[in-house]
Design a protein around this ligand. Sequence first.
Ligand code: SF4
Length: 324
Amino acid sequence: MSGGLDSQLAVRVLQRAGAHVEAVTFETPFFSADAGRKAAAALGVKLHVVDFTDDEISLIENPPHGFGGAMNPCIDCHALMIRRAGELMARLGFDFVATGEVQGQRPMSQNRQSLGIVEKVSGLKGRLVRPLSARLLEPTVPELEGRLDREQLLDLSGRGRERQIALAAEFGIVDYPSPAGGCKLTEEGFCRKLRDLMDHEGLGDRRLVHLLTVGRRFRLAGGTGVALGRDRIENQVLKELDRIKSEGSVILSPVNVPGPTAFIPSLKGEADFALATELVAAYSRYDRLEGEIVLSVRRAGAPDERVTMPRPYSREKFKACQIC
Ligand code: SF4
């Protein structure tokens, strides 16, 4: 249950065919389950939310069918979600898993071959139903067993949306997000940060993976990574990491001028420390300040301290080491 129109239609078509339907949606730092939650509530179906973070990270590290346009391992991601839904199906005593896929709707991920790969990789052979295109596909086990009336299922195909829109009106579905978007693994800027983290700290520390959505990212000359807040909310998030700081971590923030908080998960040498203080100063608004900029420095395992910084500083200096 992505929450998109097709997944909502799939629920209603199955219900019309007499099935009891429960929804499954997935959650990771790369995409949220909010749209699925909203849609399940609107449809009045029970929702199972599955934490998919470990699965998604293992696919990012090793995608058997490769990536889409960015770092989105769509074929494997989709198949593994279906596999997880299949495990839930077996555990809860359901007969089949259904998706809102429409044959030919997405040239890469929903052509007949991709639909076949997903079914094979998911291990659900014969028990994966696509109610919106079912009459164009081989009959599935529940259809052959007479548990699901094939005649009640649909024969949608291709990229046109007219029939879906008409069906939405028929079923009274009024609220649905646009079909594309929502997954950060398809966003080029986010993926630059993700690739940088993979190449340096790795993806083992889930806290750092979650942090990818927060702030600008820099990689300093000595290899230190810096997350730099872009607004008040992000600065607050980075400041609060103080409570869970780990060895080598440093938090910098300006004391006497407005400016960003910087979070350094693992400092690599004092030369990088000096660069990081310059970076915070360069992004601070000190134009009305007379005198030096003061930064607070909180290092894990050391008493808090303050450093004073002469001025001015230029953001230009950090252009080359900005990841995103
Ligand atoms: S867009 Fe993101 S969530 Fe969707 S299948 Fe691709 S990787 Fe998975």
